[in-house]
Design a protein around this ligand. Structure first.
Ligand SMILES: [Ca+2]
Ligand SMILES: [Ca+2]
Length: 165
């Protein structure tokens, strides 16, 4: 047995085993890395979608007055008779609303994004300290916050400030 091993040039069983283990480890590492890249790519795609959905609400609300054009600052939230999204005509009408499935800047449902939702909050701010929230209609400045979630998990959010004019 020993003589035969000396005479035959080739790989021993131990060498073959080590080579096999090394190749196996390399393949496992490659598979794991590929999985990580795929997950990172998916997360990037979700974030892009969330940013897009934030922009839709920003565009929708940009042209709206801060308080109701007819009734002025009488009701924080939808005024009497403003029973649907199509009738909302000022910023605070949108306070506390969640759109699931999300909506576009034209207020139409975005059917292709059903796993996402948009949550919007409108708050009045102290004019001398924008970190301080004051009573509803308590100042001429409002802060709009939009949180976009996917399957109830927040993905992205944005905040901006508007002045009453
Ligand atoms: Ca209104
Ligand atoms: Ca209102």
């Amino acid at each position: 047995m020993i003589r035969a091993t000396r005479n035959i040039r080739g790989f021993s069983l131990v060498e073959v085993l080590i080579a096999t283990i090394l190749i196996g480890l390399s393949i496992a590492a490659l598979v794991a890395a590929n999985g990580s890249f795929t997950m990172a790519n998916d997360a990037g795609g979700d974030l892009s979608t969330a940013e897009f959905l934030i922009e839709q609400l920003r565009e929708l609300t940009t042209m709206l007055p801060v308080v109701d054009p007819q009734l002025k600052a009488t009701t924080f939230g939808p005024e009497t008779g403003e029973t649907s999204l199509a009738l909302y005509d000022d910023l605070d009408d949108f306070d506390g609303q969640t759109f699931s499935p999300p909506i576009g800047a034209d207020r139409a449902v975005l059917a292709g994004y059903t796993s996402f939702s948009q949550q919007i909050t409108v708050e009045n701010l102290d004019p001398s300290n924008f970190n301080q929230v004051v009573a509803d209609h308590g100042s001429d400045f409002v802060r709009i916050t939009v949180i976009v979630s996917q399957n109830a998990r927040p993905v992205s959010s944005a905040t901006w400030i508007r002045a009453r004019y």
